[in-house]
Design a protein around this ligand. Structure first.
Ligand code: PLP
Length: 359
């Protein structure tokens, strides 16, 4: 297996791929693949419902939430959220933490009034704001946050208590990497392709009471109540992706649930950050202590030439996806749930060797 540090689509657990391979052609003795099955069949629906129940189970079965599976990526949610929840005379509040928050803000501005509750733009987004820096507008429709900025490599370690103001969070790049209290959120959403499964499914966890507030003029597919009222089966769902999510959720259960994966993730991140911090300046972490992401480790070397040489040498040694996003440069190791500790150990050994040869 490759040492896969891709930012997304990203590594899936080998056990999940092998299980899927074993039942790929003949699913549960039906004589067909799950991909070939009607989404109205009992077998498919049981997988669909199993995935929803498993996800809520991993989050401690909080009451009053629906799990929805939709398409269009997290990017479509950037528009659907203001379409469904922005209100006349109220402001959509956003925390401006980097590239993905900015994409969400851009859509919200097309659709209504936006208030920036906090921003770290002045610091090139190299930290997340303290919760005490958040300043909501007078009449907030909701507050939107990005828990993990995949490109910059920052991550919130805590979330605010917004009282009666709905808190909505894009968790695309760190969902299920650690426990979180779903009760603090009115909606959490994530494109599946980092921690949950293959691309093509977007997972939403939505509090039932806010689903009912969609304005009546919205087109059918862009309303949350359509998907909620039809158990995400209004139209043909991305059935293979949902099946894979169910398998990934089983894998998380088998690895100690969210506490178990968090412990693994912390160990992996600490190993790489330690290699950066103990390199006497050869590698430099981009992000302020306290805001460093356990999912996307971003770092720089002394010059762009050296970074290019690092990227090239790492590829030659079988490391995939270490080049930083084109918008920010530098290096990035994405170490989602499915990236094994052994891959991180191999990366750290490569970093030591590269330093010894190039300092
Ligand atoms: N939000 C975050 C934090 C992301 O990392 C990404 C994708 O990388 C997106 C949103 C966009 O997701 P999608 O490609 O599913 O639209």
């Amino acid at each position: 297996r490759a040492y896969n540090f891709n930012a997304g689509p990203a590594a899936l657990p080998l056990e999940v791929l092998e299980r899927a391979q074993a039942e790929f052609v003949d699913f549960r003795e039906s004589g067909m693949s799950i991909m070939e099955m009607s989404h109205r069949s009992d077998i498919y629906e049981s997988v669909h419902n199993e995935a929803q129940n498993r996800l809520l189970g991993l989050l401690g079965n909080p009451s009053g939430y629906k799990v929805l599976f939709v398409q269009g990526g997290a990017s479509t949610q950037f528009a659907m959220i203001p379409m469904n929840f922005a209100q006349e005379g109220k402001q959509a509040n956003y925390v401006k933490t980097g590239s993905w928050a900015n994409k969400a803000i851009k859509e919200a501005k097309l659709l209504g009034q936006v208030h920036i509750a906090a921003s770290t733009e002045q610091e090139q987004y190299m930290r997340v704001p303290e919760l005490s820096e958040l300043q909501l507008s007078e009449q907030p429709a909701y507050l939107h946050m990005t828990s993990n900025e995949t490109i910059e490599g920052t991550q919130f370690k805590q979330f605010p208590d917004t009282g009666s103001v709905p808190l909505i969070c894009d968790m695309s790049s760190d969902i299920l990497s650690r426990p979180f209290d779903l009760n603090a959120f009115s909606m959490v959403y994530a494109g599946a392709q980092k921690n949950l499964g293959p691309s093509g499914v977007t997972v939403l966890l939505v509090r039932e009471e806010i689903i009912e507030s969609s304005p009546s003029h919205l087109p059918t597919m862009l309303r949350y109540d359509t998907h909620s009222g039809n158990n995400s089966l209004y139209n043909t769902p991305p059935s293979f992706g949902i099946y894979m999510i169910n398998e990934v959720l089983k894998w998380i259960e088998e690895h100690g649930g969210l506490q178990g994966v968090e412990a693994m993730n912390r160990k992996k991140a600490a190993l790489i950050y330690n290699a950066i911090d103990s390199s006497e300046g050869f590698y430099r972490g981009c992000v302020a202590a306290g805001s460093r992401s356990d999912m996307n480790v971003t770092f720089r070397l002394g010059s762009e030439e050296l970074e290019k040489a690092f990227a090239k040498a790492s590829e030659q040694e079988g490391f995939i996806g270490l080049k930083g996003h084109r918008s920010v440069g530098g290096m990035r190791a994405s170490i989602y749930n499915a990236v094994p500790y052994e891959s991180c150990k191999a990366l750290v050994e490569f970093m030591h060797d590269f330093k010894a040869k190039n300092q």
